[in-house]
Design a protein around this ligand. Structure first.
Ligand code: NAP
Ligand code: HSE
Length: 428
């Protein structure tokens, strides 16, 4: 039986897992896809580097075009990362009629529409299951499992590094900087961890998920982003006292076909299933009008979990090859994108203020909320007698973002408000 030939771009964490699974599960893959799968060429930056797996010397190359221009290669698997070179190589592979599997969220979030259009033009498959939440098959679930429903909310813990940091800070009282170093040493963080801790990695993943979930072309610039670098131990402690865990959440909502997408540290009620997603694990909560609440949980990164998704995509391409239906499943966003205004984005909020500890101050604070029609759920006050200051923690009922911005703007002008220490969205 003729083998389907694969060109692997990258033999790092994910590429190594792909080789292990393709070699180790050959019989199952053949039974499920209908053809043997052979990794024929492998692109690396440095052939002389020591590797944890054996790849035949003649299969390794440092020249990407050896893979792209090899007419015998049917499928290109891009697991090298980066944006410009991987985009050029993927477009060139599609141009030559090769099918593509990629784990590259940065590329798909920024250039997804162009790549999908090229694949459609050439009748090629392009699959990218591993690009969001590594080992969780959430992309196939959104494209296929929810076709019959209207999704109104997607909330995701889609960055393992930040979830690991938040978990260690919450459970062990660890310091942010120390846990970040640990996450880097364990290989969870990106080469430059800024994209993890400032929320950009999660924003890219939410761009992909909301495009699929809301069936409209969401751009990375549509996502408002705030990372975890300003989350303090105090916020985590106060949150816990009030029954919340702080998580970096991607939140995408759709109401009357108007959508909003954001990434921010969020106070998640401890009774919500997302609050107990700990460590490097990921989870995606999806609410559909018909199905109601669903949640998908699993490893978001790592060699074998991520490779599981990549190889599942490979099997899908090979099946399509054997059925002669490649390029026909293409997901096409068909809804016009209408973004919510700040007046239409609503949430509960947690606000921590330092104020002067004087008679009437609390009344002045609550008066500002009343002026902008923001209703309060609870107010806690802790005096600091040595400094004649008080700390006030307020949880609002649902309030729109525009009103909250006005409230915070007013606090900035008030003498009695010594500092707005933190503001979090509240969920659950
Ligand atoms: P990695 O460990 O850094 O591996 C990258 C591989 O690509 C290496 O083998 C490297 O060669 C090769 N490479 C990089 N640039 C190259 C170039 N210019 N020319 C030739 N070869 C080049 O990366 P990774 O963690 O496996 O991630 C790969 C992709 O999967 C990324 O898009 C990432 O975002 C995505 N992803 C990763 C995970 C995860 O858990 N790691 C999870 C989900 C998605 P050398 O080996 O010679 O250096
Ligand atoms: N740096 C990413 C994370 C890797 O921490 O989730 C998986 O995309």
């Amino acid at each position: 039986m003729k083998a389907v030939k694969v060109g692997l771009l990258g033999l790092g964490t994910v590429g190594t897992g792909v080789v292990r699974i393709v070699e180790g599960h050959q019989h199952d893959l053949l039974s499920q896809s209908g053809s043997p799968i052979e990794i024929a060429k492998v692109l690396v930056k440095d052939k002389s580097k020591a590797r944890s797996i054996q790849v035949p010397e003649e299969a390794l190359t440092e020249n990407a075009w050896d893979v792209i221009e090899d007419a015998s290669i049917d499928i290109v698997v891009e697991v090298m990362g980066g944006i410009e070179l991987s985009k050029e190589l993927i477009l060139a592979a599609l141009e030559r009629g090769k099918h593509v599997v990629t784990a590259n969220k940065d590329l798909m979030a920024l250039h997804g529409p162009e790549i999908l259009a090229k694949a459609a033009e050439k009748g090629c498959d392009i699959f990218y299951e591993a690009s969001v939440a590594g080992g969780i098959p959430i992309i196939r679930t959104l494209i296929e499992g929810f076709t019959s429903d209207r999704i109104t909310k997607i909330m995701g813990i889609v960055n393992g590094t930040t979830n690991y940091i938040m978990t260690k800070m919450s459970q062990e009282g660890a310091a942010y900087e120390d846990v970040l170093k640990e996450a880097q040493a364990l290989g969870y963080a990106e080469a430059d961890p800024t994209s993890d801790v400032e929320g950009f990695d999660a924003a890219r993943k939410m761009t992909i998920l909301s495009t699929l979930g809301f069936r409209s072309s969401v751009a990375l610039s549509d996502v408002t982003v705030k990372g975890i670098s300003s989350v303090s131990k105090e916020d985590i402690t106060y949150g816990k006292k009030l029954g919340y865990e702080v998580k970096l959440l991607g939140i995408a909502e759709s109401e009357d076909d108007r959508i909003s997408i954001s990434v921010q540290p969020t106070m998640v009620k401890q009774s919500h299933p997302l609050a107990s997603v700990n460590g490097v694990f990921n989870a995606v909560y999806v609410y559909g009008e018909a199905v109601g609440e669903t949640m998908f949980y699993g490893p978001g990164a790592g060699e074998l979990p991520t490779a599981t998704s990549v190889v599942a995509d490979l099997v899908a391409v090979v099946r399509n090859l054997n059925l002669g239906i490649n390029g026909r499943r293409g997901f096409v966003p068909y809804k016009e994108k209408k973004l919510k205004t700040d007046e239409q984005i609503e949430s509960k909020n947690f606000i921590r203020l330092h104020v002067a500890d004087r008679t009437g101050v609390l009344a002045q604070i609550t008066q500002v909320f009343a002026e902008y029609e923001v209703s309060l759920e609870s107010v806690l006050q802790h005096p600091n007698e040595q400094k004649q200051e008080a700390e006030i923690i307020i949880i609002t009922h649902n309030a729109n973002r525009a009103a909250m911005n006005k409230v915070l703007g007013r606090f900035n002008t008030m003498d009695v408000v010594l500092g707005i220490k933190s503001v979090y969205r509240v969920e659950g």
